[in-house]
Ligand binder design. Structure first.
Ligand SMILES: [Zn+2]
Length: 153
């Protein structure tokens, strides 16, 4: 799936290592940049299909991949530190002990969710909801917007 095309421009000299990071891109074309007679750069027109891949969220602290954008159920959740997202799945996380918490939407059994790499608290998992209208949250993850960063997009 091709999401979009991107033109990258960079100077020739120190950037060959940067180029190697792009080996999995499908290059649509390139053009050379001259300053007078001197070749100073190259522009690559890339299909970002491979680079974009699945859109991920990472731990803000260590960049561990913790969730897929496709697994977002809601972006309108209230976390402990502001906005939070509800995800159907999370990965590379550890789930702490269960405890009952009275939340704005009623009593829930929840467990803190930690980054498996750096152990920072990212949010919580709903283990059980006691009210019928809240049952859809069971098994889902809330990650604080301030604790995750977009990766690859
Ligand atoms: Zn982390």
């Amino acid at each position: 799936m091709i999401h979009f095309n991107r033109a990258l421009e960079f100077p020739l000299s120190p950037s060959l290592s940067y180029l190697t990071g792009l080996h999995f891109c499908f290059t649509l074309g390139s053009s050379l940049v001259f300053l007078g007679d001197e070749l100073v750069g190259v522009i690559l027109y890339l299909s970002m299909a491979e680079v974009v891949g699945p859109r991920l969220y990472s731990c803000c602290n260590c960049r561990n991949h913790v969730a897929h954008h496709d697994d977002v159920i809601s972006k309108a959740f209230q976390g402990r530190h502001g906005r939070a997202f509800l995800f159907s799945h999370a990965m590379n996380v550890m789930v702490g002990p269960k405890e009952d918490r009275q939340l704005m939407t009623g009593l829930h059994t929840v467990a803190d969710v930690y980054c498996s790499d750096c152990r920072v608290v990212l949010g919580w998992k709903y283990e059980r909801a006691y009210e019928e209208t809240q049952k859809y949250k069971e098994g889902k993850f809330v990650l604080e917007k301030s604790k995750i960063v977009k990766e690859n997009w």
